[in-house]
Design a protein. Structure first.
Length: 219
């Protein structure tokens, strides 16, 4: 499924992982962070998986699972985990890592760098990350080149945004973080807004006089 993108359903692949064989639709029964890595025993990947291990409790608090993927076999993953945990002492890799030595899963999940090739002319894996909802649909995607490590704190921030947007008819403005005001969706009338947000809201007075920029607070 090379065009896999926002709103698409993740294919129900059967994959081999460090936790055994799993079917993706069985595993994804809640918010799931699905993230890929070019290879085991590589520097940037090791720092990323180590950070994920360290902040795994933050995802758990939000009811989210972690599922990694790297283009090596399970035995390699098991050995690599020792390095990952050593890099961040006290952290444990409790999430499964998909084995994909033939890069079949990677292609089906749209986690391939379209421009970078190896010496054999094969496409290289990207640092892709999909946030998937319990409905198995992709809610957000990041796509980084192999040379750039991700900001995992941003992954938590956007998960917070997605979860609030799902619960309330709101969106989060630029640079939003938990505790900041959110904006009420444009398809919510003022009358609806008064009922939905009894705590009140503030409408910004703009030159257009269109009352579309309305701020409120939600948990």
């Amino acid at each position: 499924m090379p065009g896999l993108t926002l709103g698409d359903t993740v294919p129900n692949l059967e994959v081999e992982t460090t936790h055994g064989i799993i079917k993706l639709h069985d595993f994804i029964d809640t918010w799931t962070i699905l993230f890929s890595h070019p290879a085991d025993f590589t520097p940037v990947c090791t720092t990323e998986l180590s950070k994920m291990a360290a902040i795994a409790p933050e995802f758990a608090k939000r009811g989210a699972k972690l599922l990694g993927l790297s283009c090596n076999d399970v035995l390699s993953h098991v050995e690599w985990v020792k390095d990952i945990e050593a890099y961040s002492p006290g952290s444990k890799v409790t999430y499964p890592i998909i084995a994909d030595p033939n890069r079949q899963v990677l292609n089906q999940l749209n986690m391939v760098d379209p421009t970078e090739k190896d010496s054999s002319g094969n496409s290289l894996p990207s640092r892709a990350l999909h946030i998937v909802g319990a409905d198995k649909k992709i809610k957000l995607s990041f796509l980084y080149p192999a040379s750039t490590g991700r900001n995992m704190d941003e992954v938590i921030r956007v998960l917070d945004s997605l979860q609030r947007a799902e619960k309330h008819k709101i969106a989060t403005p630029v640079d939003w973080k938990p505790g900041d005001p959110v904006v009420i969706s444009s398809n919510v009338s003022n009358e609806e807004a008064k009922k939905m947000f009894p705590q009140g809201y503030k409408t910004v007075d703009l030159p257009s006089k269109k009352e579309y920029l309305r701020f409120t607070y939600v948990d």
